[in-house]
Design a protein around this ligand. Structure first.
Ligand code: ATP
Ligand code: MG
Length: 388
């Protein structure tokens, strides 16, 4: 009897001719989180991927694999050769581990065989395994409709027996859908936005704007902490860190107070676009959410879009705040996000920001600034931090 971990793939299965490309990326991403867990082997068999030889670190491996996009279920299995005697013994073994009580428990067996030459059909496998397991435990009974335990038997080149099915996030493997540059603030929304785009296969790096020394070093560390948590899902990440203070001072000096937020947001976009074009990112990603704050009206988003050519992906645009918070708790960025450190935008926050900015007015105000110079100057302050 060998212990292996099986993982089932979600949407990848629908990929037809491209499937191998997606599977190879997925396996590469799996290897990244397993690399320090000793000797192991990964192989594919009939639509699932199996990891052999990693049982000592089973729970650690499972928890890390849950964060790999493209996986739907993860199961620790016992693997045996396909003789019925072995399947029965493996089933007994795995039930024994699961049944930690003498109280009555209901179960059923669900079987599949991918090799149609196997002498028994699936219902017959279930019947025989079920009968055997029943005979070995006094407190078991069968319930085919709502069992407390479902014992699964997959007969392939080997037979796999398992009970646990840990849910992963599905999605597509990171790296199969281009590269995106995430505008990462210290707030609740942007880490969730990065997570959701990575879940669709986009490779993510981040860009962060600060106003040092008006904002503290501790505020910077908070952003790096967030990047570190997001990178558990996305893989190694670069954070481009840029000082916006000079630009904010210039806007503050030359433009109407109520346009501060929208104009500085347009500068962020221009700077991010420059970084993206130079370093081959195909889109920017933000945590903007329609109607959440004054700078996130449909008018503001329009004026923001007009500052650059590159697409801006806004995966949270139609979500409710409670759902975003729920995601941020789920991905474990919430506790860090709510730490009270000042953000660069809070430094020059206008009392009444415009909610219906007009592009002509904003361009008029910006004509008092040397936009190109300010953008280049800010880029010169750029630091790159590598997150693993
Ligand atoms: P978040 O919780 O992500 O900070 P928010 O609700 O506070 O979002 P805003 O402050 O209006 O909303 O920011 C909207 C989006 O603009 C953010 O989600 C982020 O993508 C980007 N952004 C804002 N501030 C910064 C910053 N200092 N550095 C990088 N990106 C930023
Ligand atoms: Mg914010």
């Amino acid at each position: 009897m060998d212990r292996v971990i099986s993982v089932s793939l979600g949407e990848i299965v629908l990929k037809g001719l491209n499937r191998k490309y997606f599977e190879d990326k997925l396996i590469k991403n799996m290897r990244r989180v397993l690399s320090d867990l000793g000797e192991y082997k990964i192989y594919k068999e009939q639509g699932k991927v199996y990891i052999e030889g990693i049982y000592e670190n089973n729970e650690v491996a499972i928890n890390r694999l849950k964060k790999i996009f493209g996986l739907v279920y993860i199961s620790p299995c016992i693997r045996v050769s396909t003789e019925m005697e072995n399947i029965k013994e493996a089933s007994y073994e795995i039930m024994k581990e699961e049944l930690k009580t003498d109280n009555p428990v209901t179960f059923k067996v669900e079987s599949s065989r991918s090799d149609k030459r196997y002498p028994l059909k699936s219902p017959e496998i279930s019947r025989q395994v079920g009968g055997y397991v029943l005979s070995r435990f006094d407190n078991l009974s069968v319930d085919v409709h709502k069992p407390q335990i479902q014992l699964n038997v997959d007969v392939k080149e080997y037979a796999y027996v398992y009970i646990r099915k840990e849910r992963a996030y599905g999605g597509l493997p990171v790296g199969t859908n281009g590269k995106g540059l995430l505008l990462l603030s210290g707030g609740i929304d942007s880490p969730v936005a990065g997570f959701l785009m990575a879940k669709r296969g986009v490779e993510i790096d981040a860009i962060h704007f600060h106003s040092y020394p008006f904002t503290s070093e501790r505020a910077e560390e908070k952003v790096m902490d967030l990047a570190r948590i997001v990178s558990m899902y996305t893989g190694p990440m670069k954070v481009y860190s840029i000082n916006l203070l000079n630009i904010q001072k210039e806007i503050n000096k030359n433009c109407p107070e109520d346009e501060m937020t929208i104009i500085s947001r347009r500068f962020m976009m221009r700077i991010a676009e420059k970084v993206a074009i130079n370093r081959d990112y195909q889109a920017l990603i933000t945590g903007e959410n329609l109607g959440q704050v004054a700078s996130q009206t449909i008018y503001s988003m329009d004026v923001i879009n007009r500052s650059i050519q590159l697409p801006i992906l806004r995966p949270l645009v139609g979500m409710d705040k409670v759902d975003i918070i729920q995601w941020s708790k789920e991905i474990e960025t919430y506790e860090t996000s709510i730490q009270p450190f000042e953000d660069c935008c809070s430094i020059f926050l206008p009392k009444h920001p415009v909610t219906r900015p007009k592009i002509v007015d904003i361009e008029q105000s910006e004509s008092k600034l040397d936009v190109d110079y300010l953008v280049e100057n800010a880029l010169e302050s750029m630091k790159i931090i590598e997150i693993y």
